[in-house]
Design a protein around this ligand. Structure first.
Ligand code: ADP
Ligand code: MG
Length: 264
């Protein structure tokens, strides 16, 4: 590596030639993406196109096919030779992960769930005994305040609405000190008003805090409205990677065919 290359801050994700096969099905087929650290990127595509598989591969929740595929996150190689590497732990510390469901521990309070974001910075016994430093507690309350659910801090997570839970998951990522958020269909089970709030929060974290965001969406209009860049998948292959503004109705029809709205 030349010294000038070494001086460049590593991006959020660099994935090269990633494939993932389940049985005879290629969920990902030679996917390469490069996402800079402060980008807000939507991954779109019909059900089964490989969006979740790509996110799970980036977070090291599953290994990719052996071969030449590699994935690095903030400069750490997390996937190589068909194996998730030990560096994944460090990489995950920088990633706040949000899923469609099961984001929070239902029987714990919202506050405790958000405190779990600080667990990585504490000796485990201290966290398990609930001996949180006051500074962490203050950070947790501030984060809950920021995402607009501080009134529910003491409430059990499973008594909250889907939108409140998602906002709690975002607060947890803030407390974690995440440098980026990877969200898999974070708004798919939400009503339009809650969905909009969650998307707006992600945009705010991106714009104000410089957090990278990679979010899978099956609503194309959300991708176009809230994200800068769109990566579109079909059958495990990238069929579009470019600015969200370039992705109008006609372009989507060119990519996916006239029935694309039914396929999503
Ligand atoms: P998307 O998130 O875009 O809906 P997925 O990444 O979940 O798509 O799935 C891509 C393809 O891989 C689908 O055909 C799906 O059935 C398959 N697949 C995903 N995960 C598994 C798994 N754990 N076992 C078997 N097949 C899987
Ligand atoms: Mg999915």
């Amino acid at each position: 590596m030349t010294s000038s290359a070494a001086a460049v801050a590593p991006g959020l994700v660099l994935a090269r030639d990633v494939s993932k096969t389940f049985g005879s099905r290629k969920a990902l087929d030679g996917v390469s993406i490069s996402v800079a650290s402060g980008e807000m990127v939507a991954l779109i595509g019909p059900s089964g196109s490989g969006k979740s598989t790509l996110l799970r591969s980036i977070t090291g929740l599953q290994s990719i096919d052996p071969g030449k595929g590699t994935i690095s996150v903030f400069g750490e190689t997390v996937q190589k030779d068909g194996r998730v590497t030990g560096a994944v732990r460090q990489a995950r510390g920088k990633l706040g992960m949000i899923f469609q469901q099961f984001n929070l521990v239902g029987r714990l309070s919202l506050f405790s769930n958000v405190m779990l974001g600080a667990l990585g910075r504490l000796p485990a016994w201290q966290g398990l005994l609930g001996l949180w430093p006051q500074a962490d507690k203050d950070r947790a309350m501030a984060a809950l305040h920021r995402v607009g659910v501080s009134d529910y801090a003491g409430q059990r997570a499973n008594t909250l609405s889907g939108g409140q839970q998602q906002r709690g998951a975002i607060a947890r990522a803030i407390v974690q000190g995440a440098k980026a958020i990877l969200a898999d269909e974070p708004v798919a089970s939400l009503d339009p008003v809650s969905a909009r709030k969650v998307m707006e929060l992600l945009v705010e974290l991106n714009r104000r805090d410089g957090m990278g965001v990679i979010v899978t969406l099956h609503q194309v209009d959300y991708a176009i409205r809230y994200c800068d860049r769109v990566i579109a998948l079909q059958g495990g292959k990238i069929v579009y990677d470019g600015p969200a503004t370039g992705l109008d109705q006609q372009r989507l029809i060119d990519i996916y065919g006239p029935e694309f709205e039914d396929a999503f």
